[in-house]
Write a protein of this length. Structure first.
Length: 183
């Protein structure tokens, strides 16, 4: 069984924030599958299970994502090596994507929460660049909680499509082949 996790914050207030890139990618992925998310209070997420695939969006806030991720991993008995976490990344230029396996959180609180919740770093990550604030005085935490700019919004469909391609490659070909193709 494989698990795809999109990180973000629940609620319409956050739906167009840079921090919700992971939610956007998995929402489009589920839409393309022709499926709809179900809610689970026990697993603290919105999820879809189809065959041997689970796709989820934690309904905990970003900094507590690991609670939901570990609940789903334990419930479905998923090996963390069969998990990909999709999230925004300040250290990448806007729209760039990178795949990683068994690295640190690099300061991303949602990824750190997943590492703590799972007790391992042995899972894949799809990092999606949001860039740095243009104002050096701006707190990066505030920047990721802002909505995408108008010019960024125009590029979202292309970026999300590229992320879909990477996720599909991860499912079909595994992490190493996907890293070779997309990094």
């Amino acid at each position: 069984m494989k698990l795809i996790v999109g990180l973000g914050n629940p609620g319409t207030k956050y739906s167009n924030n840079r921090h919700n890139f992971g939610f956007m990618v998995v929402s489009e992925f589920v839409n393309k599958l022709g499926e709809s998310f179900s809610k689970s209070a026990d697993l603290m997420c919105d999820f879809v299970k189809t065959g041997d695939l689970v796709v989820m969006k934690p309904t905990t806030f970003m900094n507590n994502s690991g609670q939901s991720v570990s609940a789903v991993v334990n419930f479905y008995k998923i090996d963390p090596k069969e998990l990909i976490v999709i999230h925004d990344d300040l250290d990448l230029e806007f729209g760039k994507i990178r795949l990683a396996f068994n690295g640190t959180s690099a300061g991303h609180n949602g990824v750190e929460s997943a590492i703590v919740g799972l007790g391992t770093v042995d899972f894949a990550r799809l990092r999606i660049g949001v860039g740095h604030p243009t104002n050096p005085q701006q707190n990066p935490a505030d920047f990721v909680l802002e909505d995408f700019s108008d010019s960024e919004k125009q590029k979202l469909p292309e970026i999300i499509a590229k992320c879909q391609e990477a996720v599909r490659s991860w499912l079909d070909d595994g992490i190493e082949a996907t890293m070779n193709r997309f990094n």
